[in-house]
Design a protein around this ligand. Structure first.
Ligand code: GAR
Length: 210
């Protein structure tokens, strides 16, 4: 099975969903590394408990973002990982560091991209009066939350939703979507070619709805 690395800055519920899918036999991957920019990230504790090698790397020890990202991705490569998943990694990766990895990195973002790149996506969807909200998984490029969208899952915004409730209601969709997309990538059905996403040999003209 393909070896994967996961970068996560926080709690790690999406990482937990990947590990659960692997354990259930529905996601044939091998975890080479879980790395974080935060030594106290829940994701690192989850990985340790699952017997996955971990790395906590603080950006503070580096002169600039590029130096950090180059070292981080060197270490990811040294782990033997072929694919990289950003699961709540709250940093933008430098373009030069990313270049050798383009097409092999996916990110989960809690909005219906191209809406609401960046932070506070739930609040912004509510403030805009949107009828729907959702989550996207996309190929990572140097542009913040701007790479080709692979798949989305949607929900209807309800009268009782506030930022926190909406985030909570979205989470189960995230936990379904990320393992599903990683499974497609790991199996080769989903590929990066000619600067874009291809599914089953065809250019992906619209996001898959999972
Ligand atoms: C998730 O909601 C993920 O979509 C979001 O951070 C959360 C991480 O939760 N990602 C971003 O906002 C990326 N810009 P988790 O640590 O429990 O997986």
């Amino acid at each position: 099975p393909p070896r994967i690395a996961v970068l996560a800055s926080g709690r790690g519920s999406n990482l937990a969903a990947l590990i659960a899918a692997r354990d259930a036999g529905t996601l044939p991957v091998e975890f080479a590394l879980v790395a974080s920019d935060k030594a106290d990230a829940g994701a690192l504790r989850l990985a340790e408990a699952a017997g996955i090698p971990t790395l906590a790397l603080s950006p503070k020890a580096y002169p600039d973002r590029r130096a950090y990202d180059l070292d981080l991705l060197d270490r990811v490569a040294a782990s033997g990982a072929e694919l990289l998943v950003l699961a709540g990694f709250m940093r933008v990766i430098d373009a030069e560091a990313l270049r050798p990895w383009v097409g092999r990195v996916i990110n989960i973002h809690p909005s219906l991209l191209p809406k609401y790149r960046g932070l506070h996506t739930h609040r912004r969807a509510l403030e805009a009066g949107d009828a729907e909200h959702g989550v996207s998984v996309h190929f990572v490029t140097a542009e913040l939350d701007g790479g080709p969208v692979i798949a989305q899952a949607r929900l209807t915004i309800e009268a009782g939703d506030d930022e926190q409730r909406l985030a909570e209601r979205l989470l189960p969709l995230e936990h379904r979507l990320l393992p599903a997309v990683l499974g497609l990538l790991a199996s080769g059905r989903l590929q990066w070619r000619d600067d874009g996403a291809h599914y089953a040999g065809q250019p992906l003209s619209a996001p898959l709805l999972l």
